[in-house]
Write a protein that binds this ligand. Structure first.
Ligand code: NAI
Length: 346
């Protein structure tokens, strides 16, 4: 395996590995280890070029610094990408080679699942590294983080509802939910139990049927979800769904959901505020999953530690939205400053 350093100003270390036997081409980006070893999942995607993969790894690694710090975890920010098509290129050998790559960083980076990487894939990597989490077997195995992510999103959504709708009670409120995947479906469960009405969209017919049957969800076409008249829009599919065209259609008072990097760009935070829509910052709201993974990394088997940290996400959301309302600064900027202050204090 050939491992070489890449130059990336503002990042502690970015490394590229190529292994001709398994076909591995992978980048690990360490944005910051100020708070502890960097932790963040591995994404497998058929990037068009090494440059595109590097840009994605850098963006995601930085995001993890902010997410981990906002969740008060003793972990820094890092992320890895594998340049491959998950459906056709993935082999046990490829994932094992990735495990050897992670091991070569000697614990400065912990990997886990992300888009295109399953628990089985991480188990293959873990045969060659002790710095992999999100496993299903082992004394501290944390398994699928999605239910914990959904729990955190639900708690933070209630806090956002208190600020944006005047009450945390979601009974009778309408939630326009985009994406009925691992997190979205668990979120439906919480919302349904709370008495909320769900309008949902997905591109997967099986998920649509499940949401209709279990949660009495009203289903709309994927493109129609933005224009629904609802109290809250919950993006739980892909990133950048809060964009200039989607904001123009939104007919809600609050945006709070699980997706990473919801705002297509920084200006979208301002556009939401201009429209009187309250935005609950994504990396605070969706921190439940990394909290669950962190318990495994930090070898904590006490579930009350996870529950306490997830509860704290709601408190952090409350502080951010309160400060935003007091100062007029947009919530996403208040959240960034909150993390910048944590990092600057070290
Ligand atoms: P997933 O892949 O299980 O679910 C995504 C769902 O979105 C799928 O059902 C898919 O069919 C649907 N979808 C894709 N394009 C769509 C479109 N245009 N319109 C409507 N639906 C569409 O992913 P998962 O794990 O549920 O994650 C959802 C989001 O939350 C992602 O952005 C992920 O990065 C983020 N996230 C997930 C965490 C976790 O614990 N799984 C933790 C933190 C963030």
């Amino acid at each position: 395996m050939i491992i070489k350093e890449l130059d990336a100003p503002g990042y502690e270390r970015v490394v590229y590995a190529e292994d001709s036997t398994s076909g591995l081409k992978s980048i690990i980006a360490l944005h910051s280890t100020k708070l502890g070893p960097a932790a963040g999942g591995c994404r497998m995607f058929k990037y068009d070029s090494l440059e595109a993969a590097t840009i994605d790894a850098l963006r995601l690694a930085r995001g993890m610094t902010y997410k981990n710090a906002a969740a008060s975890l003793p972990l820094g920010g890092g992320k890895s990408v594998i340049i491959a098509e998950p459906k056709t290129d993935k082999t046990p050998e490829l994932m094992q080679a990735f495990g050897r790559f992670v091991e070569a960083l000697q614990g400065s980076y912990y990997t886990a699942e992300d888009v295109g990487i399953s628990v089985e894939d991480i188990a293959e990597a873990a045969k060659f590294t002790s710095f992999a989490a999100g496993l299903t077997d082992g004394p501290y195995a944390s398994g699928d983080p999605s239910p914990v992510t959904a729990k955190g999103v639900f708690l933070c959504m209630k806090v956002a509802a208190e600020h944006g709708l005047g009450s945390p009670d979601l009974n009778g409120k309408t939630i326009a939910l985009q994406g009925l995947g691992h997190v979205g479906m668990h979120l439906c469960h919480y919302l349904h139990d709370a008495g909320a009405k769900i309008i949902a969209a997905d591109i997967n017919p099986m998920a649509i049927n499940e949401a209709k049957e279990r949660f009495n969800a009203t289903i709309v076409e994927p493109d129609a979800i933005y224009a629904q008249s609802a109290d809250i829009f919950a993006p739980c599919a892909m990133g950048a769904s809060v964009s200039v065209p989607s904001i123009a259609q939104l007919n809600v008072k609050v945006v709070a959901g699980a997706a990473n990097n919801q705002l297509a760009d920084d200006n979208c935070g301002r556009l939401l505020a201009d429209k009187g829509i309250l935005y609950a910052p994504d990396y605070v709201v969706n921190g439940g999953g990394i909290i669950n993974v962190a318990a495994e990394i930090l070898k904590i088997s006490d579930q009350s530690w996870v529950n306490g940290k997830v509860k704290q996400l709601g408190e952090t959301t409350d502080q951010i939205l309160r400060k935003s309302s007091d100062t007029g600064e947009f919530p996403h900027r208040v959240a960034d400053r909150h993390v910048d202050d944590i990092l600057a204090a070290i």
